[in-house]
Design a protein around this ligand. Structure first.
Ligand code: ADP
Ligand code: MG
Length: 238
């Protein structure tokens, strides 16, 4: 089970506030997409949820437990970054094993988990390759596989398709939708692309300038946007 609750979340860098009080509840097994223009605070919010940056104000709970002071490795949350962030000197297997070993899993368990993730993501033939020997789509699948090996309750994906060309983008998008159903966890997906949001989300969170403008199903947002910002953002062509 993974229910998230964000209450009055603020983030300041030095003295500049970039998130102004985010309130949001996310249900177990939900696929929630954060959308909004570049710079509105999507990645920052994801990093706070993952525990990669401290929350300045407010509270984040996972399954009723305060997470504010819990280190990233103990949250049951894994994040896939926009830029893959694979280790160039390690092969695919080692890249996938690294985080799992940090969690203290034994060798056999790590091996079993990598085998399972590799099967789900069709990475079996690539396990001995280095990142430079992979295409963009393959690298992104490794980055996702590395997160899955940790068996997170919550999977965070920050613009996972942004480095892929158009053809691959729809492939990987379908894979992500399928993974979400297969692993039965909660997924939070960040994009600035309305089309991705509309096709993937159970609910969409529209952000602008460090605030939430509206939360709703794709249909709600399309049919009854709360304001002109949402209407323009959701309705505008790509
Ligand atoms: P998005 O992911 O929606 O494009 P970000 O969360 O990356 O937006 O950024 C939100 C705001 O916070 C931006 O104004 C950005 O410049 C600022 N910001 C992000 N990270 C840092 C940081 N480490 N130090 C200072 N400012 C930052
Ligand atoms: Mg971002």
């Amino acid at each position: 089970m993974a229910q998230l609750s964000l209450r009055g979340i603020k983030k300041r860098f030095r003295n500049v506030e970039v998130l102004h009080g985010i309130d949001l509840d996310i249900g177990d097994r939900e696929f929630v997409v954060f959308v909004g223009p570049s710079g509105c605070g999507k990645s920052t919010l994801l990093r706070l949820i993952a525990g990669l940056d401290p929350i300045s104000d407010g509270e984040f709970q996972l399954n009723g437990r305060t997470m504010n002071a819990v280190p990233p490795s103990r949250r049951g949350i894994a994040m896939v970054f926009q830029s893959y962030a694979l280790y160039p000197h390690m092969d695919v297997y080692e890249n996938m094993a690294f985080g799992a070993r940090l969690m203290g899993l034994d060798k056999a368990e790590v091996e079993a988990r990598i085998a399972e993730a590799a099967r789900m993501l069709r990475l079996e033939p690539l396990l001995k390759r280095k990142p430079r020997e992979l295409s963009g789509g393959q690298r992104q699948r490794v980055a996702i596989g590395r997160a899955l090996v940790r068996k997170p309750q919550v999977l965070l994906l920050d613009e996972p398709l942004s480095n892929l060309d158009a053809a691959l983008r729809s492939d990987v998008r379908l894979e992500i939708a399928k993974l979400h159903r297969d692993i039965g966890g909660t997924t939070i997906y960040v994009t600035h692309d309305q089309v991705e949001a509309m096709t993937l989300a159970d609910r969409i969170v529209v952000m602008n300038l460090g605030r939430i403008e509206q939360v709703g199903s794709p249909r709600d947002l399309y049919q009854t946007p709360a304001n002109t910002f949402v209407a323009t953002f959701i309705g505008s062509p790509r």
